[in-house]
Ligand binder design. Structure first.
Ligand SMILES: [Zn+2]
Length: 275
């Protein structure tokens, strides 16, 4: 088990929560047929463990800027960052009024999408919450949004890869980091930070990246801490994304990309952008 005291001690010391943590002593599982656990399988398991150990040594925290060479494949950019932002705002205004312009795609449209590839006009990094589906709240259809979801939201190294892929290879000109009101997971991060709430391994790992945002606003917003922490978390995440990858940084500097944070009010349906 990862020591909770150790992790909280690291947070108290101002260290950033790890984006990936494995419990000590965890072994990669291997499936073998019942009664046929051979020496070969054990050897393979050892090889898996060695490969996993090697891969883990190469995992870097999100805060470290990653130097990346210029992209070899550059997808054509269909709209500007501001145009993409305008489309999201317009779509959300329709949703918040209780409307929708999208219709489920017909078979011919599905065939077009399958054969023609994808050109999403925005990446949305959103919480997994079932009440916060980006396609619905932005009135968007298949092929329009590249959605990366994890509770919070938080961004792991693997999620960062998805974001970079959508920008670098698919030409998306906008990344929106989207939080929402009444987020249970941010609430759990508040409980861990303020009351030392006890969460078991995977759940603690899920909320740890949000804890620094809680600690950053708890003195200024004691009465509405969860809401303030949600907004701080998306602002912090957007700020980290801006320095997390060389291609993203280059496109930001050239004005070909915007990375913005936003908050979705579950009750009204409205999204408030920080840009
Ligand atoms: Zn949530």
């Amino acid at each position: 088990m990862v020591s909770r005291r150790l992790l909280l001690g690291a947070l108290a010391a101002g260290l950033t929560a790890p984006t990936l943590a494995l419990a000590e002593g965890d072994e990669p599982s291997i499936l073998t047929r019942k009664g046929r656990r051979t020496r070969r399988a054990l050897k393979s398991q050892a090889a898996d463990k060695a490969a996993l150990d090697k891969a883990l040594t190469q995992v870097k925290p999100l805060d470290e800027p990653v130097a990346v060479e210029a992209a070899e494949v550059v997808a054509p950019q269909m709209v500007s960052p501001d145009e993409a932002l305008g489309r999201l705002k317009q779509g959300n205004a329709i949703f918040a009024r209780g409307g929708a312009t999208i219709a489920l795609p017909a078979a011919a449209r599905l065939a077009d999408l399958a054969g023609g590839g994808q050109r999403p006009f925005a990446v949305v990094v959103a919480c997994s919450d079932s009440r916060a589906a980006p396609e619905l709240i932005f009135d968007c259809n298949l092929g329009e949004l590249y959605v990366v979801r994890a509770a919070g939201p938080t961004v792991s190294q693997e999620s960062l890869g998805s974001i970079v892929y959508a920008v670098e290879r698919l030409g998306a000109p906008l990344v929106v980091v989207l939080g929402h009101t009444r987020c249970d997971v941010v609430g759990s991060a508040v409980d861990v930070a303020t009351r030392r709430a006890d969460l078991r391994g995977p759940l603690l790992n899920m909320v740890l990246p949000i804890v620094p945002a809680v600690l950053g606003v708890q003195d200024r917003h004691p009465a509405d801490l969860a809401d303030a922490a949600m907004r701080q978390n998306v602002r912090d995440t957007a700020a980290r994304l801006k320095v997390a990858d060389g291609v993203l940084a280059q496109r930001l500097a050239e004005g070909r990309l915007k990375i913005v944070s936003a908050a979705h009010d579950l009750a009204s349906g409205r999204v408030e952008f920080d840009a």
